[in-house]
Design a protein around this ligand. Sequence first.
Ligand SMILES: CC(C)(COP(=O)(O)OP(=O)(O)OC[C@H]1O[C@@H](n2cnc3c(N)ncnc32)[C@H](O)[C@@H]1OP(=O)(O)O)[C@@H](O)C(=O)NCCC(=O)NCCS
Length: 400
Amino acid sequence: MNNDDIVIVSGVRTPFSKLDSAMAAVPSIDLAVIVMKEVIRRVGVKPEEVDEFNYGSCMPGEIALDGGVPARQIGILAGFPPELMSVSIDRACCSSLTAVRQGIASIRCGDADIVIAGGADNMPRVPRIVPDLRTGVRLGNIVMIDPLFALGPPRFSPVARDAGEVAVENGVTREMQDAWAVRSQELYAKAAAEGLFKEELIPVVIPQKKGDPIVIDRDEAPRKTSMEALARLNPVYGSPTVTAGNAPPLSAGASAVLIMTRKKAKEKGLKPLATIVASVGCAMDPYRMSEIPAFSIEKAFKKTGMNVDQMDMIEINEAFAAVTLTSTKLLAKGDAKKWEEIKAKTNIHGGAIALGHPVSASAARITMHLAYELQRRGGGYGLGAICGGLSMGEAIILKV
Ligand SMILES: CC(C)(COP(=O)(O)OP(=O)(O)OC[C@H]1O[C@@H](n2cnc3c(N)ncnc32)[C@H](O)[C@@H]1OP(=O)(O)O)[C@@H](O)C(=O)NCCC(=O)NCCS
């Protein structure tokens, strides 16, 4: 324990929505305002004490509906002083951990003492785009594009297809992926019933023209399922294995963490939730999306000299079951028993398949979930990793 350590002192998220949700009407910047205010309110930090706000957001179509400078807009709407430095980051699903990593860099180089890092997206609110309306179409049909599904041929292939193919190449079958999806739903349901998401959640209150506001205070997407029900689903996006049941739903949600040095936390009388031991980003062959969390984790291990056996708890984002399973398998380096051990401590309260994946909010979510759970246990090491479109990755190691 060192005064220069970077610690997380607060973490909060909104519930994550399903596709058909009242949250589809709430701009992602407004979801982010909720968590930005709450992450400091909980620990008594004042807006004027925050030096930097790093904000992940990777659904530019949705952001465009409200202006297109999201981090700056959120800081102003949340009542922070105009001097607050802010930056919007798009590193796909990795974005909110990239935001943490940039916060660490700012603190390390003396540009900031206190940083809020987070992210939000509202996938159900992403509008369709009509590209040619500004210039006009002389002949033929006017085409409407759904940017949620735009990453594909001719220049790229859908992430679900790449993830499924690389999983199969690694010996991770459709049946294994469905079994992981059942596990995710069951573990989430158990953990939610035990109240294990309570500390990290703040409700979203949506005023209505008439009557009471709609209050969303829990994740909306979890559902009961079974191997039989999952086996009946057809693969999506041309994937050999990925279905609506072993993929996360399209969600809205926001999350944020507050970071500073241990010295600063002491000065302010704040108890750290967790110490950040390492935070790394990386990228690899865009096709090998299912492998990138393992690749990022290995980079974090190399940096720290640590290994997977030292980790008490692991969160690998369920971009698809294919990703979490392939990456845990790679971490086991061909040892079947070790693979089982690693899986047993991974996503122990379920993951994105159950609770949703509002892409830019997910990395900060898994980070705060590690911190809160290790706090409950009285300490330990937590490892988080996430993949982002076309094989970007982030990993973080926490100590409590
Ligand atoms: C896969 C996807 C297209 C499905 O969207 P959708 O069609 O709106 O999803 P639905 O919830 O309606 O599910 C489709 C069907 O599967 C069924 N289903 C979904 N999850 C199920 C489960 N866990 N168990 C049983 N059936 C399930 C639904 O009941 C529905 O059946 P129906 O057609 O008979 O009504 C969408 O969720 C998606 O794109 N997810 C991936 C998001 C993504 O790529 N994120 C980024 C990762 S990097």
